[in-house]
Design a binder for this molecule. Structure first.
Ligand SMILES: Cc1cc2nc3c(=O)[nH]c(=O)nc-3n(C[C@H](O)[C@H](O)[C@H](O)COP(=O)(O)OP(=O)(O)OC[C@H]3O[C@@H](n4cnc5c(N)ncnc54)[C@H](O)[C@@H]3O)c2cc1C
Length: 262
């Protein structure tokens, strides 16, 4: 019997598998696709310690009408996709209510504020230290931000101990980017932020380290999960059911919807 079946070999599954294997558990990773080829392949690689608040917020909801009308908005709603998106949009709106936003911010902040140190510890185990960049991050703004909005953002960062330095466009040009475009109003530097230069390679290395620590891998899709009479969990793949003591679902965006995963 495997102690833990990990469904999904993205950044979440691979790093959880490594951690569990290093703690002496027998780990079986299952993924139908190559490691790190899902969402973990195409991201920006930022370890964003400043992202203490979720996107689903009362402020996002208040700004929606403006975002939907602007031509250069980051938000687009395609009419044909609306029926399919409706459950997600309704859940987003529910999570944006003030009380849930506060609760979600506490949960998210507890994870992200220690993320850069946790990544450093992980990658320093001779796994992918050279893919880790520890140089902070500079956000530049084209427009001044309304005073009340800016105050609320800074209060949030202060409350969660996120370090930052507010800079004028002139300071950015002098100290960081002499060739900065003239169309910049101000900037904020986050010294605690880090990034990885190649997110997929990072997952591949962590996955390789998990195998070296004793985990095994099966290339297959998990079709269903069900409780077995003896208290274990039946994991169905390739038409056969395998008993597992524990299952860790790290199937990314499919974690909730895949049949039998709830
Ligand atoms: C454009 C973009 C930019 C982003 N930038 C950043 C960033 O800068 N910093 C950051 O922290 N985050 C960023 N993110 C978010 C980040 O990429 C994701 O949160 C992260 O990759 C999710 O990892 P995961 O392991 O949960 O999922 P995935 O990487 O999607 O892995 C899930 C795995 O599960 C497998 N799977 C699914 N169903 C099954 C099944 N039934 N059986 C077996 N296997 C299954 C899939 O094949 C896949 O390999 C960004 C996302 C996007 C889209």
């Amino acid at each position: 019997m495997e102690d833990v079946v990990v469904i999904g070999a993205g950044i979440i599954g691979a790093s959880a598998a490594l951690n569990l294997a290093q703690r002496g558990m027998r780990v079986h990773i299952v993924d139908s696709a190559p490691p790190g080829s899902g969402c973990s392949f195409g991201n920006a690689g930022l370890i964003a310690v400043d992202h203490v608040a979720p996107l689903a917020s009362p402020e996002t909801m208040a700004g929606l009408p403006r975002m939907l009308l602007r031509r250069d908005s980051p938000l687009r709603l395609h009419k044909r996709s609306l029926p399919r998106m409706a459950p997600w949009v309704l859940e987003f709106a529910a999570q944006a209510q003030r009380s849930r936003f506060r609760r979600n911010t506490r949960a998210l902040a507890s994870l992200v504020t220690g993320a850069a140190q946790a990544w450093r510890r992980l990658l320093d185990q001779h796994i992918a230290a050279e893919l880790f960049r520890d140089i902070g991050s500079l956000y530049v703004f084209e427009q001044p931000v309304a005073h009340a909005t800016e105050r609320a953002q800074l209060d949030l960062l202060d409350r969660h101990g996120v370090r930052y330095e507010n800079l004028t466009a002139g300071q950015v040009r002098r100290d960081y980017l002499p060739s900065l475009t003239p169309h910049i109003s101000h900037a904020r530097y986050f010294p605690g932020m880090a990034s990885v230069t190649h997110p997929q390679q990072v997952v591949e290395r962590i996955f390789g380290a998990a195998l070296a620590a004793g985990a095994k891998f099966t290339s297959a899709a998990v079709d269903a999960l069900r409780a077995l009479p003896d208290g274990r969990i039946g994991v169905t793949l390739n038409g056969a059911t395998h008993p597992a003591g524990k299952v860790l679902i790290a199937a990314g965006s499919r974690s909730n919807s895949a049949r039998g995963f709830r």
